[in-house]
Design a protein around this ligand. Structure first.
Ligand SMILES: Cc1ncc(COP(=O)(O)O)c(C=O)c1O
Length: 402
């Protein structure tokens, strides 16, 4: 196994290599009057925008000569097409057809349209929804396994707690929302994948206060995902991106910029995830997962949930791990403050979340964890959660009516 050096892992984000210069770009070119910035195929000058090459992507543009530059410095014009509603629908369909993502969007519910669509081109939300332009929204997920929703009620509880903390009124009662979510999965026909859903103050205007938004909105989407997470060991680093304050970390709100930057920092350093430390320096969580350790005296140790998201998978692990205490594979289970030293000296370290189940960590920064191999407790917990997803009790499994 290749280990990363401490120096390559410790590089703060600000020291990451700068974004590469676009191939063929010429940088800033001086010309009479105003500077002209030339990129590959596109040049910008003053108020005009000229396409030197063919337009790229799905956006097509027509050249126009009926625009006059008020400065008189030159006329380079670029005409943005004005599209009818049906042309927009056609463009959106084209966009979806050309999409290269591996994810398949099977169905979407939107309270704006009051129904479900299976046409990915119609899976849109209004621009003036405050979730879009103010980040005022909360979300949650649930895995779909063999035609069953896993831990939907546990995720829904957290969803509603998050909505309450974000002061988002509910568009429907909990039982109605649950029903809508289950029906959306049913309409999708998806038997393996995930359900994601959002609550927001809804559309209304582009102001900050949601007082002009008459109706809160609920959106849900079903994403097909055929492969199960694997249990291969990974490398993690300590995140240099500041973590959210506890008020925002404990609610699953849509402001995942720190999480996305933290994940990118990990990827830039050849790691799977970056681990946050809290304001007191204790181990907190990863960007979309919780963290757990097995200590030298075989205790399962997890940071308590007062400053981090209370992960549904981590909480289920805490319950299922009792079996490992019964058969003496673990000496006990403890929630508490975890120092970095304690974490790095652990026999086993693992990441836990609904997207990854249980992922063993083999190295944290320059420290090899335990034997540097996937440990027996991580193996056992992965199996326990997987079995729970496939054959657990009705409290965690809900059959989807297709
Ligand atoms: C910040 C954060 N912590 C932990 C988790 C794990 O939670 P769960 O097990 O409910 O997926 C997530 C899940 O997305 C998360 O975003």
């Amino acid at each position: 196994m290749a280990f990363l050096s401490a120096s390559s892992l410790r590089e703060p984000v600000s020291a990451n290599p700068p974004i590469r210069k676009i191939a063929g770009s010429s940088g800033v070119v001086r010309c009479a009057g105003r500077p002209r910035v030339v990129f590959q195929g596109v040049s910008l000058r003053g108020f005009g925008l000229a396409l030197d090459g063919r337009p790229r992507g799905v956006t097509t543009a027509a050249m126009s000569s009926n625009w006059t530059d008020p400065t008189g410095a030159g006329i380079d014009t670029f005409h943005v097409p004005l599209l009818s509603g049906s042309e927009v629908a056609e463009k959106l369909r084209e966009f979806q057809k050309n999409r290269t993502s591996k994810q398949n969007y099977m169905a979407m519910y939107s309270s704006i349209i009051g129904g479900i669509t299976t046409d990915p081109a119609a899976m849109v939300i209004p621009m003036d929804d405050h979730m879009v332009h103010r980040g005022h929204g909360v979300f949650d997920t649930a895995a779909i396994m063999d035609g069953f929703l896993y831990e939907l009620d546990q995720h829904l509880d957290r969803f509603l707690r998050s909505a309450s903390m974000a002061k988002i009124h509910l568009p429907f009662e909990r039982s109605t929302m649950r029903n809508i979510l289950v029906q959306t999965v049913g309409a999708s026909g998806c038997r393996q994948g995930s359900l994601r859903y959002w609550l927001s103050p809804g559309p209304g205007d582009f102001l900050l206060s949601p007082s002009g938004c008459p109706n809160p909105a609920l959106y849900a989407i079903v994403i097909e995902g055929r492969s199960l997470p694997d249990r291969k060991g990974v490398i993690v680093i300590t995140s240099s991106i500041p973590m959210k304050s506890s008020q925002f970390a404990i609610m699953k709100n849509v402001n995942y910029l720190p999480n996305a930057l933290s994940k990118m920092e990990a990827e830039e350093n050849g790691a799977f995830a970056a681990i946050w430390l809290d304001d007191e320096g204790f181990v907190a969580e990863g960007p979309n997962m919780n963290v757990a350790f097995v200590t030298a005296d075989r205790e399962l140790l997890m940071p308590q949930f007062d400053k981090i998201l209370s992960g549904c998978t981590a909480k289920r692990v805490l319950v299922l791990a009792e079996q490992l205490v019964s058969d003496r594979r673990l000496s006990g289970i403890r929630l508490g403050n975890v120092t970095v030293q304690e974490g790095k000296m652990a026999e086993e370290m693992m990441l836990i979340g609904s997207g990854i189940i249980v992922k063993p960590v083999l190295q944290w920064d320059d420290r090899v964890i335990g034997s540097g191999k996937v440990g027996p407790v991580a193996h056992a917990l992965f199996d326990l959660i997987l079995e729970d997803m496939m054959a657990g009790p009705p409290t965690v499994r809900l059959a989807v009516p297709y």
